[in-house]
Design a protein around this ligand. Structure first.
Ligand code: BGC
Length: 747
C-alpha cells in the first residue's frame, strides 16, 4: 500500500504547489487523483492536542482528552533521557490511536531570559541538556512510527514580537549555544520534521533562510526530513521554498499555492525546487502510512501512572534545612495556597492539553497522610497583588490560624496562569505580592514551613534564607498533585536538578538590557555567556545554581579519572556512594573547560551527565563519555568546528557550583593551519609551527644572538606582517616578508 504513493514527477504543477501547503489547520492536502492521502500533524510537545471542532494554534478551542505529561521545564529537570524517551513513546501511542502522523515537538529553544513566556515548553539554558533530552523525546515518539517536529528552528528565545523580530546573534553563540542542541537532535535522532521559527535571524526570516534551512540543516547536519513552517511563519513562500521550506502550515487559502505556480510559469522559481519540496511531503506521507496500527481506547490509568512517575522525577528539592522534609505520615499539616486545590500544571498556548484526569496536591496529601490535614486557600488566583484588601486579610488570617495549629505548614505559591503563555513574555520574575505577604504571615506563625512552587519559568525567591524547605515543583502535568505528595512524604526521593539558574535578581541575568529588544531587533549581547556560563564568568551570587537539586539522602564522590578513548572521546569515571539512610538517585554532571585557550571560553560547560540509582551504602562506578566533538568551538576564521589542543579541566560535579572531583586530560588538537598572508600578525607568525621558530631565531640574531626582550615581542605581536616592511628602521624588506609567507604556506 505504501508503494502506491507517487513521486513529484507523477503530479501536475498545481498539485505539487497545493501539496506543499496545508489543507486546513492541522492536515496536509490529499491528491485524490494520484492516491495521496492527507495526514495530520498536531501539538505537542508534552501531550496530544488534537482538536476536533474549532481549530487554533493558541490553545483556545477544545481538544480530545489526552494525558498531560510534565512540560519540558519539569521533565527536563529529571536529567533523564530514558524517562523522556518513555514519555515520548507514550505520547506517540496516544497520537497513533488518534491517527495523528506528526506531533509538533519537542521544543528545544534555549532559555535565554527567564522572562520568555514560553520557557515552560523548553528544556534548559544549556544546549547540551536541550540536545540530549530533545533527542530522547524524538526517539520516543518515532519509536512508535509517529513523526516528531523539532522546533522552533532557530533562535526563537522570546515571544515578544516573535513574528518579526530579528535575533541578532554572533556566529559563535549562534553555533555553540543556539544551534548546538538542534544539531545534536538532528544527528542523533533524525526527526521526521523540523519546524522553522517565526523570527528572523540576523535579519533573515528563518522561513526563507537558505543558510539555515539548507546549508546548515541539510548540508552540514545531514537532515533528510521535511521542514514545516511554524503556524503562520511564512513571509514569502516563493522565497522560502527554494531556501528549504517544504511545507507551509496552516492552509493559506490557495493564495501562496497560486504564487508558486505563477513563479514557476514566469521562470522566477525553478520547478525542481518545488519537486524537491513535494517529494519531501510525499516521503512524510509514506512514513506516516507505515505506522503500526494502535487500537484505542487509550490506557488512561497506565499513562496517568507514567505522568505521575515523570512528575515525581521532575521535582527539584531546592532546600531542606533541618530535614523538615520528608513529612512524617502522622504529622499535622496545614496545606496553604489555592494551588494545592486548583493546580497550575501546564502553560497557556498551543501546548494546552485537555487532560484525561487531574490530581490535586491537597487530595493526594490527604490520601497519603495518617494525620490531620487542614487547608486554607490563603489567596485567590484572580486577586493579583491586592494584598491590602479585607478579603486578602481574611484569607491570610485563616491561613495563619491553620499554620499555628499544625506541625508543619506547606505553602503552595506560584505564578498565575495569565503570567505564562505563548505569545507574550513575562514582565518580571516576581511572585504576586499577596502570595509573598501570605508567606511572611505563615512563617511568623510557624517556622516549620515548606514552600512548594508552581511556575514554568524561574521566579525570584526573596524568602530563600528564611524558609527552611523549598520545593521547585514547576508545572508538572495532570499527575503533578500526586507526585508532589509522593515527594513531600518521601514516597519518592527527589532527584531532579535545575536545568536553569535561579538568579537572585532579574537584573543579574545575562540578557538584561538586551531583552526583548526594540524596533524589530534583539541583540544577543551576552554572546556565549548564557545562563550559568555568565553567572560563573562574572562570579555572581545566585539563588540556586544550574544543576542544583537535593535528595533525602547524601552522596559521596570518589576521585575522578579521565582517559582518551580510541575514538578520541573522553571517558570519565567516578565512584559515587549513597552515604545516607534511604535509596536515592544522583545526577552526576561533568563540566569541561580549557583554561589556556586562544578563544573566549566560559569557566565551565556541561558536556556529559548520567543518573545513578543507589541503595543506602551502595557504591557504583559511574562512567560517562564526553564526546570529542562537544569540546569544539566554532572558529569564525574557518567557518568550522575546531577542537583546540590543550589540557582540558574535567570537573565532576553535583551542581555547577558543587564540584566534587577534578582531573585534567590532554587532548590533541584538530590540525588547523591558517594560511599566512600580509595581514597575518607577528604573533601568528611566531605561533606558526614551521616559520615561527625560524623567525624567532632570526630576531634573536638581529639582537646579536642574545635573549629577546619578551616585552618588546609582546608589543610587536599585533603588528601585521605586511606593514613591517614599510616601517622605517625595522630592517625587514618586502622580499623577506613574501619569502616567509611562501615558506609558511608551503610547509
Ligand atoms: C506555535 C507552535 C505550534 C503551532 C501549532 C504556533 O503558534 O509556535 O509551537 O506547534 O502554533 O499550534
Amino acid at each position: 500500500m505504501t508503494d502506491a504513493i507517487p513521486t513529484a514527477a507523477d503530479l501536475t504543477l498545481g498539485e505539487k504547489a497545493s501539496l506543499t501547503s496545508g489543507a486546513d489547520f492541522w492536515t496536509t492536502k490529499s491528491v485524490e487523483r494520484a492516491g495521496v492521502p492527507s495526514i495530520m500533524m498536531t501539538d505537542g510537545p508534552h501531550g496530544l492536542r488534537k482538536q476536533t471542532e474549532a481549530a487554533d494554534h493558541l490553545g483556545l478551542a477544545g481538544s480530545t482528552p489526552a494525558t498531560c505529561f510534565p512540560p519540558a521545564a519539569g521533565l527536563g529537570s529529571s536529567f533523564d533521557p530514558e524517562l523522556v524517551e518513555r514519555v515520548g513513546e507514550a505520547i506517540a501511542v496516544e497520537a497513533a490511536i488518534e491517527n495523528v502522523a506528526v506531533v509538533l515537538g519537542p521544543g528545544i529553544n534555549i532559555k535565554r531570559s527567564p522572562l520568555c513566556g514560553r520557557n515552560f515548553e523548553y528544556f534548559s539554558e544549556d544546549p547540551f541538556v536541550s540536545g540530549v533530552l530533545g533527542a530522547a523525546m524524538v526517539r520516543g515518539l518515532q519509536s512508535r512510527g509517529v513523526g516528531a517536529s523539532l522546533k522552533h528552528f532557530a533562535a526563537n528565545n522570546q515571544e515578544h514580537d516573535r513574528m518579526r523580530v530579528s535575533a541578532d546573534v554572533d556566529p559563535r553563540p549562534l553555533r555553540e549555544i543556539y544551534l548546538r542542541g538542534f544539531e545534536r537532535v538532528v544527528e542523533d535522532a533524525q526527526p521526521w520534521t523540523v519546524m522553522c521559527s517565526y523570527n528572523r535571524i540576523n535579519g533573515v526570516f528563518a522561513s526563507e533562510d537558505p543558510w539555515l534551512l539548507t546549508s546548515v540543516l541539510r548540508d552540514e547536519w545531514g537532515f533528510d526530513g521535511l521542514v514545516v513552517s511554524d503556524w503562520g511563519a511564512v513571509n514569502d513562500r516563493v522565497a522560502g521554498l527554494p531556501a528549504g521550506l517544504d511545507l507551509e502550515m496552516p492552509a493559506s487559502g490557495g493564495l501562496t499555492d497560486a504564487q508558486l505556480v505563477a513563479a514557476v510559469r514566469e521562470g522566477r522559481l525553478d520547478e525542481a525546487a518545488l519537486d524537491t519540496a513535494a517529494d519531501r511531503v510525499l516521503d512524510l506521507v509514506r512514513k506516516a502510512r507505515r505506522r503500526p496500527v494502535v487500537e484505542g481506547p487509550l490506557g488512561v490509568d497506565a499513562h496517568h501512572a507514567l505522568a505521575r512517575e515523570a512528575a515525581g522525577r521532575s521535582i527539584v528539592l531546592l532546600k531542606n534545612d533541618g530535614a523538615v522534609l520528608p513529612l512524617a505520615r502522622d504529622a499535622r499539616i496545614a496545606v496553604i495556597g489555592e494551588f494545592a486545590r486548583t493546580p497550575r500544571y501546564q502553560g497557556a498556548g498551543s501546548s494546552l492539553i485537555n487532560p484525561t484526569r487531574l490530581d490535586t496536591a491537597l487530595d493526594e496529601l490527604r490520601a497519603l497522610s495518617r494525620g490531620e490535614v487542614s487547608f486554607a486557600p490563603g489567596f485567590t488566583l484572580d486577586a493579583g497583588t491586592a494584598e491590602d484588601t479585607d478579603a486578602a486579610t481574611a484569607l491570610r488570617d485563616e491561613a495563619v490560624a491553620a499554620a499555628s495549629a499544625a506541625d508543619v505548614a506547606v505553602v503552595f505559591l506560584g505564578l498565575p496562569t495569565a503570567d505564562e503563555s505563548e505569545g507574550f513574555d513575562r514582565e518580571s520574575i516576581d511572585l504576586p505580592g499577596d502570595q509573598l505577604a501570605l508567606l511572611d504571615a505563615v512563617l511568623a506563625a510557624n517556622a516549620r514551613t515548606v514552600v512548594v512552587l508552581s511556575n514554568g519559568g524561574v521566579v525570584a525567591l526573596p524568602f530563600a534564607d528564611r524558609v527552611p524547605a523549598i520545593v521547585e515543583a514547576w508545572l508538572l502535568g495532570q499527575a503533578g498533585g500526586g507526585a508532589t505528595a509522593d515527594v513531600l512524604y518521601g514516597v519518592v526521593n527527589p532527584s531532579a536538578k535545575l536545568t536553569e539558574t535561579i538568579p537572585l535578581r532579574l537584573e543579574d541575568n545575562p540578557s538584561y538590557g538586551n531583552f526583548p529588544g526594540e524596533f524589530g531587533h534583539v541583540r544577543y549581547g551576552e554572546g556565549l555567556l548564557v545562563g550559568y556560563r555568565w553567572y560563573d564568568a562574572k562570579d555572581l551570587e545566585v539563588a540556586f545554581p544550574f544543576g542544583h537539586g537535593l535528595s533525602y539522602t547524601t552522596f559521596a564522590y570518589g576521585e575522578a579519572s579521565a582517559a582518551v578513548t580510541v575514538d578520541g572521546d573522553i571517558e570519565v569515571a567516578v565512584a559515587v556512594t549513597n552515604t545516607g539512610p534511604v535509596a536515592g538517585r544522583e545526577v552526576v554532571q561533568v563540566y569541561t573547560s580549557l583554561p589556556v585557550s586562544s578563544v573566549q571560553r566560559p569557566p565551565r560547560e556541561l558536556k556529559a551527565f548520567a543518573s545513578v540509582a543507589l541503595e543506602p551504602g551502595e557504591t557504583r562506578e559511574v562512567v560517562v563519555t564526553v564526546r570529542r566533538k562537544d569540546l569544539a568551538y566554532w572558529d569564525i576564521r574557518t567557518g568550522g568546528w575546531v577542537v583546540e589542543r590543550g589540557a582540558y579541566a574535567i570537573e565532576v560535579a553535583a551542581s555547577s557550583r558543587d564540584v566534587r572531583a577534578t582531573t585534567t586530560v590532554d587532548i590533541e588538537g584538530d590540525p588547523i593551519r591558517m594560511p599566512l598572508t600580509l595581514d597575518s600578525s607577528v604573533g601568528e607568525v611566531l605561533a606558526h609551527p614551521v616559520v615561527g621558530p625560524f623567525v624567532r631565531q632570526a630576531m634573536e640574531s638581529m639582537v646579536g644572538g642574545g635573549q629577546l626582550d619578551e616585552g618588546l615581542v609582546k608589543m610587536m605581536e599585533s603588528f601585521p606582517l605586511g606593514r613591517l616592511a614599510r616601517f622605517p628602521g625595522v630592517g625587514v624588506t618586502s622580499e623577506m616578508v613574501e619569502g616567509l609567507i611562501a615558506m609558511g604556506n608551503a610547509s
